[in-house]
Design a binder for this molecule. Structure first.
Ligand code: ADP
Ligand code: MG
Length: 732
């Protein structure tokens, strides 16, 4: 018996020194404003430390999305180092997002020998701007031959550097892009930045057509990502090899109380969890990550954290920091976060909602419909561009969220279906219908809601309800892409969205341009916009769906409309580098064909690796944990029966139970043999292997699980060596 007999509560005391809170935590009750971004070398800090002309030149560069003149890099590096060293930093690292899905860092000390037996701290512009590293151990999906191992990191000056602290170390982290020595993107940031440039150009074209009243020089995507996660007691977590290896349970009988009572969602947050959340938030505030929301989610032990939205590039870096911080802080509380999409069968899984909009550098949200929306032609052009993009590239969008983990959610009635459709709500749907007919005349109003009690205020009512079942919903002044898995690095789906909307904006701008001719009158402009948008809506309205996405009837209706329905990741990933996808990425210079192909290969390989780790782990857990427990229980039961009969008493029910046990043990052996057999394959091609896993290995895994879960329900608790759902799904 491996379980700790003294249970959950003791683990909070088992904090190791390296898990301790980092130093320099301000006193309790101090204001967020004082601490916010104190570990970030941000605009305010730079303004104080840099000569005026250098600061101005830097800001101009960043605002226009241009690259930095080399002569000012040295000055910035020196000020940055001074700031970092004053704050206790000894090392710096280029921080990047390789195609593994996580972040990568290699720390270098500031220290350089001074030739007199001592050391000096050194950090030059060159060290800030560019790093060289061995790229051969990062996935490249065939982009780079193994002998061409050189990779470069390049400073992304648009995302501020920050300090990561531990109890006895502080490291300066520099967000960077990561490319091969031939300049191909080996990371997620490079294409994201390229897509931001492309999107800005396309959106600026549309704004110019409408003669923007403000001096806008750049448009960028804004992003806010809601992150769901589970929290488990870390001792219980590490006692389960499946959780430790795969971050999900591969077996486990259902507890009597799961989420039936619907009492967890928005319930009061358990004190230990709240303390953990507060520490996470404080660390994130110090890093300038604007965390806004925390709450209990639907499943027991499931929670959510969400920030205020930001420029998409920064939001993507910050989302990586959110996931990292959730992991880093948890040991202080004896906890372990699980970001996996489906840690527990029979209980809701976790997703990530990517809220996405467009903003000018003057702060105008281009997807804000405002009052009298039907007259807001500029908004309607942006809206129609998103509708066209999502319809045309539904397959690509679906593929951008494909992963082994997400296969447990998408289409499983707890997350949107695998069919990509758009929910607009009543007000916009009404305007879109009027537009299609060619003459939008009115904007629906929501009116007020009278609550019937004099003491309660009249509240303005929205014109439409929310729709939780839609994968892509308009929510007031932004779109919410809800099909992402909880482990997703959001930079990839953001890149896809930016790119496909870029294409649609250019297409609409081309048509508007042609229709306007030179010096169009206001009336002519409006008439052209109406006819261009009417045609666009006619072409793409099949993607609009306001109904219940969980309803089976929608599957049929979607098929009738010709909408793609890629039910699993393998089918979706095969389409990732389809000719249409290659074209849209290539045209807008976001990814070359080779770069896109490499991503398709890497994602497929990742699917295979993840699934094979699960299959191997399942095999080992069942063989070395489940079967031995079940056999011991069988032996004890037989001994008990013999002892009963020895005193001339009968216990026929026990005999029946033993029969069932023997039957299940036999079935368990047989299923394991079947698993051995399907695992003995020699496939290496990622697509073939992925299909083989989906069609041959996964079904056997679920057969194995079925037997194991029934055994769990029969075997004496003291003989069962794995923590059960019942025990894990309560955070004390
Ligand atoms: P809900 O769970 O009701 O959908 P939340 O408040 O949990 O809403 O999260 C909404 C998210 O949308 C937040 O991260 C918020 O910052 C983000 N958001 C709001 N406005 C925009 C915008 N213009 N662009 C991008 N994201 C936005
Ligand atoms: Mg939310």
């Amino acid at each position: 018996m491996h379980r700790l007999s003294n249970g959950v509560g003791t683990t909070t005391n088992s904090t190791e020194p390296w898990d301790a809170a980092p130093p320099k935590q301000p006193a309790r009750g101090s204001h967020v404003q004082d601490e916010y971004a104190c570990d970030v070398f941000n605009e305010r800090e730079m303004q104080q430390r840099l000569p005026k002309n250098v600061f101005r030149s830097f800001m101009r560069t960043v605002q226009l999305g241009k690259s930095l003149p080399p002569e000012i890099a040295d000055v910035i590096a020196s000020a940055m180092k001074e700031w970092a060293v004053e704050n206790g930093a000894t090392h710096f690292t280029h921080w990047f997002q390789p195609l593994t899905g996580s972040t990568a860092e290699k720390h270098d000390s500031f220290m350089t020998p001074d030739n007199h037996g001592g050391v000096i701290c050194e950090f030059t512009g060159g060290m800030l701007v560019q790093g060289e590293s061995d790229a051969s151990s990062f996935p490249s999906g065939g982009l780079r031959a193994t002998f061409e191992a050189r990779g470069y990191t390049a400073w992304d000056a648009t995302s501020p550097v920050f300090l990561v602290r531990g109890p006895n170390h502080v490291t300066l982290c520099i967000p960077t892009a990561f490319v091969s020595w031939t300049g191909e993107a080996l990371d997620k940031k490079t294409p994201l930045l390229r897509s931001m440039d492309a999107l800005s150009q396309a959106a600026m074209r549309v704004l110019k057509l409408f003669g923007a009243d403000e001096p806008v020089s750049r448009v960028f995507a804004t992003v806010g990502a809601e992150q769901e996660y589970f929290l488990l007691d870390s001792d219980l977590f590490y006692q389960r090899p499946d959780l430790a290896n795969c971050a999900r349970t591969l077996i486990g009988a259902q507890p009597a109380k799961g989420q039936q009572l619907e009492d967890h969602y928005f319930g009061s947050i358990p004190p230990r969890v709240l303390a953990y959340m507060a520490d996470c938030e404080r660390e994130l505030y110090r890093l300038g990550v604007p965390i806004k929301t925390r709450h209990n989610e639907v499943a027991p032990c499931q929670f959510e954290i969400a920030p205020y939205f930001e420029n998409a590039n920064i939001a993507c870096d910050h989302q990586m920091l959110v996931m990292e911080t959730l992991r880093r802080v948890a040991p202080r509380f004896g906890l372990r976060p699980i970001l996996h999409e489906k840690p527990f069968a029979g209980i809701n899984g976790s997703g990530k909602h990517l809220n996405w909009s467009l903003s000018t550098d003057t702060g105008v949200n281009l997807l804000d419909p405002r009052e009298e929306t039907h007259t807001n032609m500029q908004f309607l052009v942006f809206l129609c561009a998103v509708i066209a993009a999502v319809d045309k590239h539904a397959v690509l969008l679906r593929a951008s969220v494909a992963s082994a983990g997400n296969d447990h959610r998408l289409g499983a009635n707890e997350a949107p279906p695998a069919i990509i459709s758009i929910f607009l709500g009543d007000m916009l749907m009404d305007i879109v219908e009027q537009l299609e007919a060619g003459d939008p005349r009115k904007t629906m109003k929501g009116g007020n809601l009278d609550l019937g009690a004099d003491s309660l205020p009249l509240i303005p009512r929205d014109t439409g309800d929310r729709n939780r079942t839609s994968p892509f919903a308009f929510t007031g002044n932004k779109f919410e892409f809800r099909a992402l898995g909880s482990t997703a690095a959001i930079s990839w789906p953001t890149t896809v969205l930016n790119t496909i909307v870029t294409e649609a904006l250019h297409e609409l701008a081309d048509q508007l341009d042609r229709g306007f001719g030179t010096n169009p009158t206001k009336e002519k402009q409006e008439q052209v916009v109406r006819s261009v948008l009417s045609a666009s809506i006619k072409a793409h309205k099949r993607v609009l769906f306001n109904g219940d996405g969980y309803d089976d009837a929608w599957q049929e209706e979607a098929a009738r409309r010709g909408l793609p329905n890629l039910r699993n990741s393998v089918d979706a990933l095969v389409e990732l580098n389809s000719p249409e996808s290659v074209e849209v990425f290539q045209t807008h210079k976001v990814l070359s064909k080779a770069e896109l192909d490499s991503r398709a290969t890497i994602l497929m390989q990742k699917y295979c690796k993840q699934m094979l780790i699960e299959a191997e782990t399942l095999r080992s857990v069942v063989r070395t944990r489940v079967l031995p427990s079940a056999l011991r229980h069988q032996t004890e039961s037989i001994e008990a029966l013999a002892a009963t009969e020895a005193v001339d008493l009968e216990l026929p029910e026990l005999r029946d139970e033993i029969e069932r046990l023997v039957e299940l043990n036999r079935a368990c052996h047989a299923q394991l043999a079947a698993l051995d057999k399907v695992l003995a394959h020699e496939l290496t091609d990622p697509i073939q292997l992925a299909k083989y896993i989906r069609d041959n290995i996964r079904p056997v895994m679920s057969d194995v699980r079925e037997v194991a879960d029934e055994l769990e329900g029969l075997v004496a608790a003291d003989l069962w060596t794995l923590p059960t759902y019942q025990e894990m799904l309560i955070v004390r």
